[in-house]
Design a protein around this ligand. Sequence first.
Ligand SMILES: [Zn+2]
Length: 422
Amino acid sequence: MSLRDDLLTDIAAAEAELVSLFQGFVQVPTANPPGDTRAGAAYLARFLEANGLPFRTVAPMPDMPNLLGSFDCGAPGRHLVLNGHIDVFPPGDDARWRHASAWSGAIEDGRLYGRGSADMKCGTIASCAAYRLLYRHRDRLAGRVTLTAVSDEETGGRWGTFYLFEHHGEEMRGDCCLNGEPSSAHTVRYGEKMPLWLVFTIKTRGAHGAYVHLSESATKLGIRLMQRLEELTEIAPETPASVARNLADPAVRAALESGLGAGAADLVGRVTLNIGMAEGGLKTNMIPSECRIEADIRLPVGVTKYRVRDKVNAILQEFPQATVSEQSDPADTAASWCDPEGEMLHLIQDAAEQVTGLRPVPVITLAATDARFWRREKIPAYIYGCSPDRMGTYDESVGIAEFLNVVRVHALAAAAYLGERR
Ligand SMILES: [Zn+2]
């Protein structure tokens, strides 16, 4: 039998075990914040240990352990890194979940419920399952496989993926990364916009509210500044040809709009501005002496942070009372993306089409993931996972069939990338 058939046969034989592995993982609370993911990491470690798979625990923060493991296949070749996270969003109010709690792992009508089931315990289990399958068949494969299951993704990755790159770079870098964050069966994600968070502070002398001749109003200046910041959305991206082709593709636009709502296809390629917070003033009859504005700017491929900062600085020339500081990750300077026509992307498409009958289209997404750490180092990183439509909501859930398909697609795409030993 072909390797592909053997992988699918192995998955078919392990279906019940995989579902129960996924269910058990969802049942372990790993909310971040607060971020204590020890039980979640221990759960995965037991699975890896029981299957004799190579791994170790790396825990720079004792309550946020990461699992890291690698093995070589039967011949030299390329290095594929599988990446998933253990931590999940906070559960919210248990009473608002349809089952006993956010961590029920209940299965109802073919769906598995629980906080983090979609984002991204489905994908992390798919990585672990693929790791086991590739290990089992390693003598028939070429190259090297690394598994990374991290904590601290939801809070920026400092003690998770970022830390592993800093301290175990050789194992992390690899030639390609495959990640099972939610994508839906309709899309595979090759990039994400960059969040640029700027905080503006405007200070004036202030005065009694009747004495408007004595001081400018910080809030009125703030309103004018907010209006001027809209100009940032007119910055024209210098879009690389491959991304421009992707963004113009009608199938891609349709997939984005069906997944994210009408209007989303245009936003992917544009700078957007959200004024998330604006506050100022102490009392009705006082002229405000301070106004604080928090802007959430999202950069598409082809607009660097520096271009936006130049434009911001030009606008601030007219507002000498204002200062600005950056709140987003200083290491991010542009949107994170890799080749929308890359080899692994096609292998994921092929695998998905074989498994689900749907050929997912390559898209850029609006939210950030750990995949950016690989792309920052020019390593292609692609995301294929379950539907994102219920992530972060009450009754977050994943279809069992969908979960098993994600496992199949990861295993087949990974094996195809590594290639059969010659
Ligand atoms: Zn996630």
